[in-house]
Ligand binder design. Structure first.
Ligand code: FPP
Ligand code: K
Ligand code: ZN
Length: 418
């Protein structure tokens, strides 16, 4: 192995001394400082300071999850008779998302959905149906992302009757095929952009409805592979900047298509792992979504689940990231006192960050093992001292283990009985 020049070793030692974080077992990205000041470097410094101040308050402790408060916060988004305040009008095209984020986060955090909430999910989604799939709200065009969110919210509702009533696998397949583009990608909507989010969202609903036909999947692996950037992570489409959100979509989509242990035959797993490792920052402990950007609690899932998938592929062991430091970032710095989880100190909690921070914690509190020939089935064992009130989450679907599997089984059996 090449030796690092002593100037860099001195630099690293100085940085470690600075934050008294010498006993590191993982290589975390150290802030690289030069004398050239930019808006980005100033923002990084200010964020780091704020987070260090927050971490110092709890010393070496990891705060526990304030589940009840978070569930109360999430209940607000699932209450049909108490409409959301005016400031939420901007989320009118994300109503399917709101249902998924809130219902899912409640379950992942170990809470329970009330019968009324479970019934409300299909009832609301019924009015979002469009062209065999779902729009973001009632009267809106069908979209890959809202369809994905609607399916997962329906899976979380456990309401099999509603699955049969609202989902017709043939129509789902027909819609997906209509949106497929010649390069192997999928458009998000009619006339919309083609990117790897579309690929992931469409493969998820296809796998849930057992409609992963060869016509649908032909050329898709090649499209996914073409999104990997020189950095190792994946961009939204070929030639774009590597970003953790798209990297997750690419790896999870690939895991639907190929045996998890064979992933390295299609994409560069090694460079992807190196890029994912560099997402964990020192001293913050959290993950960032891309090079030179700030840590954010939602990446506990986008990066965490990507690392779980990569670990399924290469079996590198449980230490691909520093779980304790990640937990300290998310739990000590991102729990809002009134409930909900947030991007970072100074931000307001929202349903999106609450869900993905919770799912990220679930990635970090368990070790996951792929089961069976493809990447759809997983087993989990809890890490030492883990908070097991939080559910293990399927790293391909982002719902508690067993939830997506049950919907997939439902449609498989239904087809066999036809
Ligand atoms: C950058 O925002 C964010 C993106 C470019 C999109 C990221 C994609 C996802 C989170 C995945 C979506 C997944 C599905 C299933 C649809 P930013 O510039 O505000 O954040 P950053 O500074 O952290 O990059
Ligand atoms: K962000
Ligand atoms: Zn975020």
């Amino acid at each position: 192995m090449a030796r690092l020049p002593s100037s860099i070793l001195d630099y690293i030692a100085a940085q470690q001394n600075r934050h008294k974080l010498r006993n590191m077992t993982h290589i975390l990205t150290l802030p690289i400082r030069d004398s050239y000041v930019t808006e980005t470097s100033e923002l990084q410094n200010a964020t780091e300071e704020q987070i260090v101040a927050c971490l110092e308050k709890s010393r070496d402790q990891v705060r526990s999850l304030e589940t009840e408060k978070h569930v109360n916060f999430l209940n607000m988004f699932l209450s049909p008779d108490a409409p959301l305040p005016d400031k939420f009008t901007g989320l009118d095209a994300s109503r399917a998302w709101l249902l998924y984020w809130s219902a899912n986060a409640i379950r992942v955090l170990g809470g329970e959905l009330s019968d009324e909430q479970k019934k409300g999910i299909p009832l609301t989604l019924e009015s979002f149906k469009e062209d065999g799939v779902f729009g973001g709200g009632s009267g809106q065009d069908a979209h890959a992302a809202s369809t994905y969110a609607a399916f997962l919210a329906l899976a979380d509702s456990d309401d099999e009757d509603a699955w049969g009533r609202l989902i017709n696998p043939e129509e789902v397949l027909k819609h997906n095929l209509k949106l497929k583009s010649p390069d192997g990608g999928f458009a998000s909507n009619v006339g919309g952009e083609t990117d790897v989010r579309g690929t992931y969202c469409r493969l998820v609903v296809a796998s849930l409805t057992n409609t992963l036909t060869t016509e649908l999947t032909d050329g898709v692996i090649k499209y996914i592979a073409s999104c990997q950037s020189y950095e190792g992570g994946f961009g939204g489409s070929p030639g774009n900047e590597a970003h953790a959100g798209y990297t997750y979509c690419a790896l999870a989509a690939l895991a639907i298509l190929v045996p998890i242990r064979e992933m390295d035959q299609y994409v560069n797993v090694e460079s992807c792992l190196a890029w994912l490792s560099a997402r964990q920052y020192q001293p913050e402990g959290g993950f960032s979504g891309r090079t030179n950007k700030l840590v954010d609690a939602c990446y506990a899932y986008w990066v965490g689940a990507s690392l779980v998938l990569i670990n399924g592929a290469v079996h590198a062991g449980p230490s691909l990231w520093d779980r304790k430091q990640l937990a300290q970032y998310v739990l000590n710095c991102c729990q809002q006192s009134g409930g909900g989880l947030r991007d970072k100190p100074g931000c307001k909690a929202d349903a999106y960050h609450t869900n993905y921070a919770a799912c990220g914690i679930a990635m970090s509190q368990y070790i996951y093992f792929p089961e069976g020939e493809n990447g759809l089935y997983w087993q989990a064992t809890s890490c030492d001292g883990a908070d097991t009130s939080i559910c293990p989450v399927n790293p391909v679907y982002g719902v508690p283990l067993g939830v997506a599997e049950r919907m997939r089984l439902y449609f498989t059996l239904k087809e066999e009985n036809l």
